[in-house]
Design a protein around this ligand. Sequence first.
Ligand code: ATP
Ligand code: MG
Length: 442
Amino acid sequence: MITKPKGTKDIHGKDARKWQYIEEIVSNVLDKYNYTLIRTPLFEASDLFHRGVGETTDIVSKETYDFIDRGNRNMTLRPEGTAGVVRSFIENKMYGDNLPQKLFYIGPMYRYERPQKGRYREFYQFGMELLGSDDPIGDAEVISAAYNIYKMLGLEKLKVNINSLGDSESRKDYHKALVEYLKPHINELCDDCKERYQKNPLRVLDCKVDRDSDILKKAPTPLDYLNKESKERFEKVCEYLDMLKVPYEVNPRLVRGLDYYNHTVFEIDDTAKDMGSQNTIGAGGRYNGLVKLLDGPDTPCMGFAAGIDRVMVALDAEEIDLDVNDDVDLFLMYVNDEEKSYALYLCQELRLAGFRVDTDYLGRSLKAQFKQADRLKAKYTIVLNSKDLDNNEVKIKNNKTKEEEIISIDALIYYLDENLEDECDCGDDCHCGDDCHCHDHK
Ligand code: ATP
Ligand code: MG
């Protein structure tokens, strides 16, 4: 038997509906923020990530899936979404009068990692990118949008950590101070950090091994080296977040693993006990240098990416049962051939009218069809019979109350519309359609 590759998973059944639900919330919320969907290729030229994410990052140095295609080109499965979005922004000339660009994506990413709970080789992210604005309202908007999406999904135990790396001048000063501080301690750091110290010392702060060591706890932080403008800018972001009522904590030691960040960086953790060590459910920041680095016009940007797999773990850890509807509205049963073809026809009519309808495909006995209707949690059932059909009637049964009514087939859509509408007990007189804003369905 062929099995799935290590670090991947099949998403199916009720779980698949949960994923769809999350993706719908993400799309709906970001639509209200006026972000539009962008789909970029799952593989790109390896150079894009080498330059865009950075040679010295863990992602590029250890985690990419690289391959040479049949035309001898070096390709990489995308390990993250931002580099591809920025490549597309430049290639499609989305700048000039079109700024700002507000884009979001949802899709799989690939990293060759040691698989564990909340860490996979194929995992899903949603992310948003605000390209073309350097205003701190953009920073606050992206952080609050991320926070609001998690809240909409029902997550409560959220911790927003933010920090500022400052502009390039501040970063340079900090870099110098950090190198001086770490110099006498190099031998006490892990092997990876010894290398990071040489190639990109800032990344030492991000080390999962050394993070809690005394050396790093006492290390200078980027906040100590912010120049006046960077400091004022960071204060503005915090002020806006206060106004938006996003609870956050300034974490002076937070840096991000990617090369292209400056000014604001942030991470959102879920602090539920059962999260395990993979408790960061999303992260982002400002990356004013990236577009230029990839040969585009100098364009300030702010973005965020969330791990959907980890959101799923967080929902479990917080014991949140998403309000996914996997019930069938109506199950149609039949016995003879004439009824079968009518079932097929009626299924189509009702499905096109917006109802979730199912029927028998296995030539089951009526008794077994009733069982199947229960298994599918059918709200209504109809046993088609030739005599009723001749009279243009059906007998419809409410599977919960067991009440039966004979109604005209012409009135079936109206009947279902009226009766299924009452399902929602939000009290807001809602219709539970796609755009339902009632409390239960937010
Ligand atoms: P970590 O420190 O956990 O490795 P990261 O800094 O590498 O995370 P980012 O590149 O910032 O992660 O990606 C954004 C989000 O994507 C993370 O906060 C996390 O929720 C999710 N994520 C990253 N890598 C994985 C993975 N291998 N499996 C599942 N989710 C992941
Ligand atoms: Mg990682």
